[in-house]
Design a protein around this ligand. Structure first.
Ligand code: ADP
Length: 171
């Protein structure tokens, strides 16, 4: 397992990293799940900044400040909605991780925490999504050594265990 990867079970808004990743929607104007939790914790200035961004395409990522969060930055990305697997969901999910790394590298950030993008309301099967998350991040860490820490933050013990199992496959 890569020494740069850490697994945390808890609330991503509390993490002390350069950037936390938001699993947002195309409007970037807030929503439920982790998006709602991030907006609530960061405060209303986040919505003001998001309004100026003109939304975000699925698979892309945009950077904002973190406002009241410990993390100084938030990287907002929009995961695919799961339509059964034949609608390029895997490619789009992989693209989210690539786009987040692109933003992190451009902003010279060193540590990033990801939630399980698309695994909530968007309905992506968790095991498959986690395999893409871990596999893609391991590749990206080789390409971008300046990123020295990636946290996969789970919100349930069940998700946490799935990340542990996936990482074991890469030892
Ligand atoms: P999506 O719309 O991309 O599916 P969701 O926010 O519905 O996004 O869910 C993505 C994942 O984030 C789910 O596994 C959900 O349990 C988790 N999650 C929800 N709130 C938090 C939080 N505060 N910290 C970390 N993960 C969270």
């Amino acid at each position: 397992m890569s020494s740069q990867i850490e697994l945390v079970c808890g609330d991503i808004t509390q993490l002390d990293v350069d950037a936390i990743v938001n699993a947002a929607n195309n409007s970037l104007l807030g929503g439920g799940g982790v998006d709602g939790a991030i907006h609530a914790a960061a405060g209303p200035q986040l919505l003001d900044e998001c309004r100026s961004l003109g939304g975000c395409e699925t698979g892309e990522a945009k950077l904002t400040r973190g406002y009241r969060l410990k993390a100084p930055w938030i990287i907002h990305t929009v995961g695919p909605v799961w339509y059964g697997g034949d609608d390029q969901e895997a490619e789009m999910l992989e693209q989210c991780y690539r786009s987040v790394f692109g933003q992190a590298v451009a902003a010279q950030l060193n540590s990033v925490a990801f939630p399980a993008i698309s695994c909530g309301v968007y309905g992506y099967p968790a095991k498959e999504a986690i395999a893409i998350a871990v596999g893609t991040v391991l590749k990206l860490l080789k390409t971008y050594p300046q990123i020295d820490k990636v946290i996969f933050c789970s919100f349930s013990q069940e998700m946490h265990r799935l990340y542990q199992e996936e990482l074991k496959l890469h030892r």
